[in-house]
Write a new protein. Structure first.
Length: 376
């Protein structure tokens, strides 16, 4: 029996792919402007993928108005969808204000790892001849951040104290993801904590790194103390590296690594929460830079990092079209710089919107060509 028109319509509707939901966290000043540029690259007519954006206003004004409730709502939405893109936001300095939204988001989604990868940008001179990619796998919670602090005594005899903590589950997440990432990059796991001075505290991460190396015997492993890691990075130029780090060490180290490549504009920052098997469960991407108030409203800021952040989220979506679109965006962004369309911070004259327009054009061309060559 042939299906009726109504039955046919139901079959077609049921087979349609639901749009992929991505949480978009709006920000402040230039951070918001660059987010809008990145979202232009993710339009369906550019990447051929229907994304549903769930918008949350994380501007300082709205965080104050909602007493950070909007931040908690954004985190809950990310836990449901698994994906988030965040603009740079202002963190007020006054005690008792709304504080950092990033701290709330990390805790709410149980974020364990922050990944930042320095890579060579054509036409941008690196430091010490660095050209092979370097990823820093940073502990996202604990350590010096959120530590209990107090002072005792007075005058010249006053003493400041701080109680820091790390936990084994987070150390294991850092170690496990470090080796998985190194295997994917065909890189060497390099560096580590200062376990000789702190065998109990920092030694916990070293223990997990050593155990992970046994689970991944095919991945090269060269542990170094954190101070030696800094020094040896200045002499390394030809090997791809993945560096595990405690929270504060990783914060400092990732800033230095990105500058080794001449600019922080060529990298995305990815926060990850994991399931029990340490597979990514929630992925939130953003640019590693701040809100750049001096550039606000001038259409001259570099959108590279924010565009790459948007592309990075696509790599974790279980859809071949998303992975292909991500590759197209990465390639198009780097090629745009290589062919001379550059913003002022990396030696060019292009406006923000002009750079994005060129990236969009290249992405559309790539996807059209790749689609036409399927089967060859």
């Amino acid at each position: 029996m042939q299906p009726t028109i109504q039955q046919t319509m139901k079959i077609e509707v049921a087979s349609m792919t639901e749009p992929i939901s991505v949480v978009v966290m709006q920000g402040d000043q230039t951070g918001q402007e660059l987010l809008e540029e990145a979202l232009r690259v993710l339009e369906p007519n550019v990447i051929g993928l229907d994304l549903q954006f769930l918008n949350f206003d994380l501007s300082l004004e709205n965080r104050r108005a909602t007493n950070n409730q909007v931040v908690h709502e954004a985190a809950e939405a990310m836990k449901r969808t698994g994906y988030g893109i965040k603009a740079a936001t202002i963190t007020p300095e006054n005690k008792g204000d709304v504080g950092s939204p990033n701290a709330i988001l990390r805790k709410a989604i149980d974020g364990k790892v922050i990944v930042r990868t320095g890579r060579r940008i054509p036409g941008v001179r690196p430091v010490a001849g660095t050209f092979a990619p370097i990823s820093v796998i940073r502990m996202a919670v604990g350590d010096a951040y959120g530590a209990k602090e107090w002072r005792e005594g007075s005058g010249i005899d006053e003493i400041a104290y701080r109680t820091e903590t790390i936990d084994r589950k987070t150390c294991r997440a850092v170690a496990e993801y470090t080796f998985r990432h190194a295997r994917k990059m065909k890189a060497k796991v390099f560096g580590g904590p200062k376990f000789t001075v702190s065998p109990v505290y920092e030694g916990m991460l070293k223990e997990e790194m050593d155990e992970a190396s046994k689970r991944y015997p095919d991945v090269r492993y060269e542990p170094q103390l954190i101070d030696a890691t800094y020094a040896l990075l200045l002499n390394n130029s030809g090997e791809a590296l993945v560096i595990p780090a405690l929270n504060r060490d990783g914060d400092c180290l990732s800033d230095m690594v990105l500058q080794l490549f001449g600019t922080i504009a060529g990298s995305e920052s990815i926060l990850m929460g994991f399931d029990e098997e340490f597979q990514p469960k929630v992925v939130m991407a953003e640019a590693p830079h701040g809100t750049a108030p001096s550039l606000y409203g001038k259409d001259i800021a570099n959108p590279m990092a924010m565009i790459l952040a948007a592309a990075s989220v696509l790599t974790y979506i279980d859809d071949p079209k998303a992975v292909t679109a991500s590759r197209a965006i990465y390639e198009a962004t780097i090629e745009t710089v290589r062919e001379g369309t550059k913003t002022a911070d990396i030696g060019g004259t292009a406006h923000t919107s002009e750079f994005t327009n060129e990236v969009i054009s290249k992405v559309q061309t790539k996807l059209e060509v790749w689609n036409s060559l399927q089967g060859f």
